[in-house]
Design a protein around this ligand. Structure first.
Ligand SMILES: [Zn+2]
Ligand SMILES: [Zn+2]
Length: 232
């Protein structure tokens, strides 16, 4: 990991931007392909994806790149600190803290967005879908992308995490984004009534938010919706 950061240090701002742009574009492409594959809709992608969705996905990739670049520069100049060498236990603890802290921050941010009409008009773009597909995950107004990005950077600024926990969290963040925007339930029917599913988010949980906007504001867990009485 140190060697990777030493490599990034040698790059100029334009090259860094292009590298992060490529990274965010690759993440979006893999997420959309994987989501359509999980739904068994790969052959129908061309018919199901509109030009408007491609436009907003490109916009989200661009603004996510700005968030990535800002995060990297904050790290480079010491405003964000990562633990580069951590024990397995501290990686696990940091990962659990990241999940619950971001889930709570996103729950509050998301619920507030739904209460305030002057910001909801930006979030409304994402709510155009009551049966989302994987590309709906990236149909977000730049204000929303920068808002969620700022929450993320604020948490990294406030708390020093293991870099490995951060990487695992980012992978899970994309995975949960895909799972929440599928047409088919990701969790096998046999596990539908499992105790874990009373607390962890599944496809039906976030699709439920697209259909009932005053419920299911969480992203990774149902914990905060359960606690604050917004679970459907
Ligand atoms: Zn959604
Ligand atoms: Zn919403």
């Amino acid at each position: 990991m140190q060697a990777f950061f030493a490599y990034l240090e040698r790059l100029d701002l334009v090259f860094l931007f292009l590298l992060f742009l490529l990274e965010n574009a690759a993440i979006a492409l893999v997420a959309v392909l994987l989501g359509f594959a999980l739904d068994g809709l790969l052959p129908e992608m061309k018919r199901l994806i509109s030009l408007k969705e491609i436009y907003w996905t490109c916009s989200t990739i661009f603004f996510n790149t700005l968030v990535t670049l800002t995060g990297y520069l904050l790290f480079k100049y010491g405003f964000i600190v990562f633990h580069l060498e951590s024990s397995l236990l501290s990686i696990v603890i940091d990962f659990v803290v990241l999940i619950f802290a971001m889930d709570l921050l996103m729950y509050v941010f998301h619920r507030v967005i739904h209460q305030l009409s002057f910001v909801y008009r930006y979030h409304d773009l994402h709510h155009a879908y009551d049966t989302p597909t994987a590309i709906s995950l990236f149909v977000l107004h730049p204000i929303e992308v920068l808002g969620f990005g700022s929450l993320w950077l604020l948490l990294l600024f406030a708390v020093d995490f293991s870099i490995y926990a951060v990487v695992i969290y980012l992978v899970l963040n994309v995975a949960m984004g895909i799972i929440g925007h599928l047409r088919k339930e990701f969790v096998p029917a046999a596990l539908k009534h499992h105790e874990c599913l009373q607390w962890l988010a599944n496809t039906g949980f976030h699709v439920g938010h697209h259909q009932h906007e005053q419920h299911n504001f969480g992203f990774y867990t149902k914990v905060w919706d359960r606690l604050f009485g917004t679970l459907k």
